[in-house]
Design a protein around this ligand. Structure first.
Ligand SMILES: [Fe+2]
Length: 429
């Protein structure tokens, strides 16, 4: 639907279908486009163009004139958008080349780390004394690599062959813990210790027969019972050697505990578990389900995070949300705010560009109204994701119904729904 508005009412996220005076009068080289930068708004106004025609099916509309029950602070909304410049094709190619060389550097770190980790774990399997100090420089190298380019490191450690799974899984959990700890702004010395804890968390698996670890298909109950002893066996191995930090012992013993007490070996619950234990449980599961295993295909990061969020009681849910934030990948079904101040649901992951999933845009925040759903890939050029949002905080108890209606295309049922003032205020503050 096309609507003519005054140029002074134009705002970011609008799709400009035409400008008054035609294309010749336009200061833009494109005839039609989405307003994504404050500089573009200025350019429109500076060009003396009185009116523009916008397409409501492709972008947001004008702010509703009618009083809304939701008091939105427009300064807060606008102030919290940091719009990046759209990339030119040359910039995009340069970025992709840069990503490839970052991944080569990360791969070199993983390969070097793998040699040390494999040698140490194999010695433990043979019953030899463990030399934990040999892993300290490996942990430091992983810290450095994550600092240099976390995305490259996390991408590289997701790829593992069946034979190297145990070793690379340890490196991956170390990298995930380091990155997660940085997101949580933990002190730098704790970040390094968490890296070491990640490298050693599954050391007890060296006491489990290799045939059992590599078995394709599901384990029988007696086999599962053997496997479930690995945290205690690892803890005993680490306790018997030279002193290691308490966090390393804690993560080794508790990384299979669950928030609801249904984990093992002790069945501890919630606050009985340390922050490190709760973080390690999330990182361990995330890497396991996004990796190639003998008995199942890997889930994409987006699918994995979506499933982890649906497992009631397994994880500390607030911490899981922080983890999702640290990964920068939004799970399928997750609610996100786009740079254009619109709300959207993630409807499909994007394996090539995981931070740019396909989304269904359905709500205009400044106008405080539902809009006819539009599906788009959240690229920098189209409308990138600004941050994750919480559906319950926006729409209260109706969120489940609203979410289902959006996914099923029941658009008409949404038109009368508005977020409650209390929840929306909470989101914007
Ligand atoms: Fe484990």
């Amino acid at each position: 639907m096309l609507v003519t508005i005054k140029t002074e009412d134009a705002r970011l996220g609008m799709f400009v279908h035409a400008v008054a005076g035609g294309w010749i009068a336009s200061p833009f080289w494109r005839r039609q486009f989405v307003l994504t930068k404050p500089a573009e708004l200025e350019k429109l106004r500076d060009a003396g163009i009185a009116e523009i025609e916008i397409d409501l099916s492709k972008g947001i509309g004008p702010v509703a004139a009618s009083a809304s029950p939701v008091p939105v602070d427009l300064d807060v909304v606008a102030g919290d958008i940091a719009l990046p410049d759209p990339e030119s094709p040359q910039q995009l190619r340069r970025r992709r080349r840069g990503a490839a060389s970052a991944e080569r550097r990360a791969q070199a770190v993983v390969d070097a780390s793998k040699v040390v980790v494999q040698a140490m774990l194999d010695e433990v399997r043979l019953g030899k004394a463990m030399n934990v100090t040999a892993l300290v420089p490996v942990a430091e190298q992983i810290v450095e690599s994550v600092t240099r380019d976390a995305v490259a490191m996390l991408n590289v450690t997701r790829l593992k062959t069946k034979d190297e799974y145990t070793y690379v899984h340890s490196i991956a959990v170390a990298a995930l813990l380091i990155h997660f700890a940085r997101t949580l702004k933990l002190p730098e010395e704790e970040v390094s210790v968490l890296g070491l804890a990640g490298l050693l968390h599954d050391i007890g698996k060296m006491a489990v027969p290799k045939a059992l670890l590599d078995k394709p298909g599901k384990l029988e109950p007696p086999e599962m019972a053997v496997l479930r002893h690995h945290p205690e066996k690892g803890h005993a191995l680490l306790s018997a050697g030279p002193p290691v930090p308490e966090v390393v012992l804690d993560v080794c013993l508790h990384h299979h505990e669950r928030y609801d007490g249904r984990g093992y070996p002790k069945g501890l619950t919630g606050e009985q578990l340390s922050l490190a234990a709760r973080m390690s449980s999330i990182c361990d599961v995330y890497d396991a389900i996004t990796s190639q295993r003998p008995y199942k295909r890997p889930w994409s990061p987006s699918e994995a995070l979506s499933r982890m969020r649906s497992w009631t009681g397994h994880f500390d849910i607030d911490l899981l949300d922080r983890f999702i934030e640290s990964i920068g990948i939004h799970p399928v079904g997750g609610l996100v705010r786009l740079q254009s101040s619109r709300l959207a649901l993630v409807i499909e992951g994007n394996d090539r560009e995981p931070t740019q999933p396909r989304v269904r845009v359905f709500y205009d925040i400044p106008a405080q109204r539902f809009i006819a759903p539009i599906d788009l890939i959240a690229t920098i050029e189209a409308d990138p994701i600004h941050r994750a949002e919480c559906g319950q905080r926006w729409f209260g108890e109706r969120w489940g119904t609203i979410e289902a209606d959006i996914l099923d295309g029941r658009w008409s049922s949404l038109e009368s729904a508005v977020p409650s003032s209390s929840t929306a205020k909470g989101v914007l503050s």
